[in-house]
Every structure is written in C-alpha cells, then in structure tokens.
Design a binder for this molecule. Sequence first.
Ligand SMILES: [Zn+2]
Length: 302
Amino acid sequence: MTYPPRAGTVPLAVVATLLWHGAFHAAWGEPAASPPKKSIASTCNRAAFRVIVDVGHTAEAPGARSARGVTEYEFNLRLAKLVEQSLIDAGFGKTVLLVTEGPAMKGLVHRVTQANSAPADLFLSIHHDSVPDAFLEKWEYEGQERGFSDRFKGHSIFVSNDNDDRKGSLLFAKLLGKQLKARGLQYTPHYTEKFMGHRQRVLVDADAGVYRYDQLIVLRATHMPAVLLEAGSIINRDEELLMGSPEHQSLISAAVTDAVEGFCAARRPRNPEQVARKPGAAAKQTLQPAAAKQPANPAKQR
Ligand SMILES: [Zn+2]
C-alpha cells in the first residue's frame, strides 16, 4: 500500500476554517437585537499553546498489524504528522511531534520522560486499533495469510483518571469526540462489552465516545492533560483502506485541530509570559527524529 506523503495544507486550512465558522451557525439564526456572541477563538493564544502529538509505538515495537500487514506505527506516524501540520497551519506553532524509538516498555518510559520535559498544554497520543487475538479470522492478501476482523469499526478516545489533570483530559477528550461526530464519524461502542475481558472499559461520555483507561502509562504519567485517540480499526479490512485515504486523514486532522482550538480557548495559558513572545519565533519541533524502519516486533503495546 502506498500513501501520499502529506495532504495539501491549504485545503486543510480551508476545511478547518469552514468548520470552525460552522460552530457559530446557531448564533446566526438569532434575532438581530441579540448581542454578538464573544468568539471563543479570541481567548486562545495559539502561538503560546503547546500540543505534543505523540506517535504511538516505535519502529522497533510497532504495535498492531493491519489486515494487509502494515504496522500500526506506520499509520500512527502518517496521521500524527498530518495532525501536526494542521495545527501549525492553524497557528499552533509550538506543536511538537513526539517520535520515540526503542523496545516497547523502554519506549513508553522514554516517551513520558520526553513529554514531561517539554512543558506542554496538551498531550495527544495517536494510535490505530486492532482486536484481541480471539477475534481474528484468516484471509489471504497478496499471497500471504493475514489476520483480520471486520466485526468492529470506528474510533475511540481514552482518558485516565490518574492523570494530573483529569478534568482537562476529559474536557479535551469530549471536544475531540464531538468534533469527530460533527464530521459524521462514529465511535466504536464495543469496549463496553463483557467479551472484551481485561480490555473492557467504562464509557464516560456516550455522546463523544470517551472511555476511561486509567492504567495507560502515557495517560497517567504525563503531567499535562493527556488523551489517546484510536483513530480507527486497521484490522477491519474496509476501515484499513479508509484510514489510508488522505481525505479521511484530513478529516481527522481537522477535527483534532478544531478540538484543540476549543480546548485552548477554554484554558488559561500555561505560562502567561509566553503570550508576549512573537508568534514568528514559534518553530516546528521534533523531539526525536522520525525513524520509520521496517518493524521487527508486532507486540501490542501502547
Ligand atoms: Zn496502539
């Protein structure tokens, strides 16, 4: 499977702008005498607001494997880069792409350490979903036997009650869920089912599709509001193709960006002194160089 390196940034910005304005649509129908609504965008200092976009897993321990044999890490890296670009295009110049290397557990610890060492207002971990092995069926793709499950589809959002900023995490998770929903995307409800065993989760917001996953290291050990997005199921044969499409990736990136804007507007700046800094000084940063190599180990580890 091949993918374009990056979706057009201009259309992304246009879509984001249109949808952002759409949020105020309800206000347009009000009588002319109504006082103008205060734009929430005006309370958000985008240039001072730092988002860490975490690429789930590592090249060495790449997470799940898709129905066609592509690693989750490849999907995560591609989508996270688009999210990063979308945020930067929207004025969030301090956005950081967090790419981690190494074996699974070492990578997790390193990831959290890196995140906590870069003062940030929000941590968003990008993942793609699979299923427990018991649900896997076999099929042949390009001459190779592969595992798949078309039983579930849709995204899901996770927060940890053990995070230092539980309220902030939940707020962003809800905003993100609502932005995805506004674009016609449905979350997967199957995490509430008993058959998920130790992966069963509590659905804390049935409208936005937000689940609790207290034990997740990247959510509980990070010192800023932290949310994990399973953007879609790549073990589902149709959804894998969807997740590989630039249009769908743009849709998700725009949803994240609008959710970040809403979250930024609802929060006070982390460090008010940074507000005074000139926006042009905010440069794109990468904590670790992207090292997308061929995976060696398909272990499922967030
Ligand atoms: Zn993952």
